[in-house]
Design a protein around this ligand. Structure first.
Ligand code: TXA
Ligand code: MG
Length: 349
């Protein structure tokens, strides 16, 4: 299949990219598009055949449900059985934005879109390109992250091209995304609203609007055998080709340890990579040292995480050591992804 790759120039209904993309979506085809979190791989959420195509293009297990993207509140009431008051309050506070909420679905939503579940995940993105696309198509776009299953989520159109060129009808290039980590997911099918995936909207931000919010036990105790409730969180995600290890401890001890490991590997004729911050990047002696962003600007760390992991896949290193990035606000979301990428390999020094 020839994939159309077009820049999102202009937002009115007559824009060339928008006319082409909405025609493809209405016909049941697939279009990758930017959102404020990561690029999504979109298909008509109410068309079961489109959802099946999404799974096939990504190589994604079909029991892993998709998020339905909407552009206004009326669209939410059209696909769920009930909107709890607390969910309405969160929508008022954080939509449009990087928050996904899970509700009981109604019969309009095909089981193919929800991976066979009776619940549906819904998000109203704030990115203008995503909003225009939803409005000009059927109003409901099912979109997982636009990566091949198991690779880091795409934060640039180039990442999508790398993974999906030739497998989908169109890729819309809207530049680099702003946040770089997938949305926070809150489940409203439990008695107490529960975070199934941490993201830019933190537990504290949610609690300040609706009071008690739980963290899925499967997230906190991932090593204890309790599975996370979001099916997608149980897969080994975001895994780089090289073996990734996170090194935690006092900054000086971390640098010393990683440099010693790099020297040891060099002696064996193996090259090694390091993921560091702007502030420490010059302290490492290894073959490939990449900065992820500044510790003084934790949003820059979130934004670059996936790009750095992808860049390492193109570099000939077998081992990567990473600093830890438990930053004050986004640290939980950043470390959730980084720990998964490392298969939970952490060394304390
Ligand atoms: O920021 C985002 O959320 C991006 C952009 C494109 O919007 N989308 C995204 O989709 O990250 P995806 O498919 O890569 O991740 C969706 C996650 C998966 O872990 C899936 O298992 C979970 O949401 N999920 C979806 N529907 C669910 C449901 N009904 N119950 C439990 N988990 C659900
Ligand atoms: Mg994903």
């Amino acid at each position: 299949m020839q994939t159309i790759i077009e820049k999102a120039v202009g937002l009115d209904e007559d824009s060339e990219w928008l006319r082409t993309a909405s025609k493809i979506l209405r016909a049941g085809g697939l279009v990758a598009f930017p959102t404020e979190t990561v690029y999504g791989l979109g298909g008509d959420a109410l068309n079961p055949l489109a959802s099946e195509k999404i799974y096939a293009a990504k190589g994604r297990p079909s029991d892993n449900p998709l998020i339905v993207h909407i552009a206004d509140m009326d669209a939410l009431y059209g696909i769920v059985r009930d909107v709890p008051e607390k969910a309405r309050l969160l929508a008022e506070a954080f939509w449009p934005g990087p928050l996904t909420m899970i509700f009981e679905k109604n019969d309009k939503v095909p089981l193919q879109t929800t991976g066979g579940l009776e619940s549906v995940a819904v998000r109203m993105p704030s990115h203008e390109v995503a909003r225009a696309l939803i409005r000009c198509s059927t109003g409901y776009i099912a979109a997982p992250s636009a990566n091949t299953s198991g690779r880091p989520s795409p934060t640039k159109a180039d990442h999508v091209v790398d993974d999906l060129n030739g497998r989908i009808e169109m890729i819309i290039d809207g530049g680099e995304v702003g946040i770089g980590l997938e949305s926070t997911i809150v489940d409203f099918t439990e008695d107490i609203p529960t975070i199934l995936r941490p993201g830019y909207i933190t537990q504290e931000m949610l609690a300040s609007v609706i009071g008690e919010v739980r963290m899925d036990r499967g997230l906190i105790e991932e090593s204890s055998g309790i599975h996370p409730k979001a099916p997608g969180m149980k897969y080994k995600h975001y895994a780089p080709k090289a073996d990734l290890v996170i090194v935690e401890g006092e900054p000086e001890a971390v640098t010393t340890y990683i440099n010693a490991q790099a020297a040891f590997l060099r002696e064996k004729g193996e090259s090694c990579g390091v993921i560091a911050a702007d502030e420490t990047v010059c302290l490492y002696q290894a073959e490939q040292v990449l900065s992820i962003g500044s510790r003084a600007d934790e949003e820059s760390i979130a934004r670059h995480l996936y790009d750095v992991l992808r860049r390492f896949d193109d570099l000939a290193v077998k081992k990567i050591y990473s600093e830890s990035f438990c930053t004050p606000v986004m640290g939980q979301a950043i470390m959730n992804r980084l720990l998964k990428a490392a298969g939970h390999q952490v060394i304390q020094v």
